[in-house]
Design a protein around this ligand. Structure first.
Ligand code: AP5
Length: 219
């Protein structure tokens, strides 16, 4: 299953919940790349300048990272993708990989929010420096200001959550990622969810969608 949507739509928030519900591996390309930046690997060094500017990293860099993971036996029973694919060539590469493995995508869930909500959410997001746990100063505040509830580490503003970079990320989304909506509509697996609702309502809606798909599969 794929989680699709603009920056800050809540893909990570929902991905975490779905992973618990379904006990499936969760591959979030943003998290994978930020971990690589923290560890100073070759991938991290290459990705960092693109990410800080709000640009997408080149397709050939990210496609290999995901192909390797879904080829792994831990992904045999299914997996959740967040932030991948983000361009048509990435979607085509994913299709080719799935075909090679004799498998099919179940759903591409679009978590839809407008630009004003994106700016509000990303402007108030605080992220834990150690493990990437996410909070929001207004919608999901930590118990102690500036401190992660989960592991006690410091909370920071992501480099790409600065106002001018948020605008650029939104432009990149419209230009390069939004065409995936028609792409998955064409394949017949696009499911839309109103991401402006509170997190619990969004989760309930996604769970209901997936339950319906499972029932249809069993019929
Ligand atoms: P990535 O980390 O994937 O960034 P993104 O898609 O812009 O998504 P975000 O992580 O910003 O937001 P989210 O939708 O997960 O929202 P969240 O749940 O945190 O990618 C970063 C960069 O990596 C890219 O710019 C690019 O450079 C590179 N990259 C990654 N994948 C790539 C690819 N495939 N190809 C090329 N480059 C790639 O929620 C946001 C905030 O809102 C939080 O504070 C949260 O608490 C709050 N919130 C969440 N849901 C709700 C709700 N329902 N109501 C109120 N508040 C909410």
């Amino acid at each position: 299953m794929i989680l699709l949507g603009p920056p800050g739509s809540g893909k990570g928030t929902q991905g975490e919940r779905l992973t618990e519900d379904f006990q499936l591996p969760y591959y979030a390309t943003g998290d994978i790349l930020r971990a690589a930046v923290r560890e100073g690997t070759e991938l991290g060094v290459e990705a960092r300048e693109y990410m800080d500017r709000g640009d997408l990293v080149p397709d050939e860099v990210i496609v290999g990272v995901i192909a390797e993971r879904i080829d792994d036996h831990e992904a045999e029973d299914g997996f959740i993708l967040d932030g991948f694919p983000r361009t048509i060539p990435q979607a085509e590469a994913l299709d080719a990989k799935m075909q090679e493995l004799g498998r099919e995508l179940t759903a591409s869930v679009l978590i839809d929010v407008d630009d004003g909500e994106v700016v509000r959410r990303l402007g108030g997001r605080r992220t834990c420096v150690k493990n990437g746990h996410v909070f929001h100063v207004e919608f999901d505040p930590p118990k102690n200001e500036g401190v992660c509830d989960v592991d006690g580490s410091r909370l920071e503003i992501r480099e790409d959550d600065k106002p001018e970079v948020i605008r650029h990320r939104l432009e990149q989304y419209r230009e390069k990622t939004e065409p995936l909506i028609s792409y998955y509509e064409g394949v017949g697996i696009l499911k839309r969810v109103d991401g402006a609702r509170p997190p619990d309502e969004v989760s309930d809606r996604i769970r209901a969608l997936l339950a319906t798909l499972r029932m249809e599969e069993e019929l």
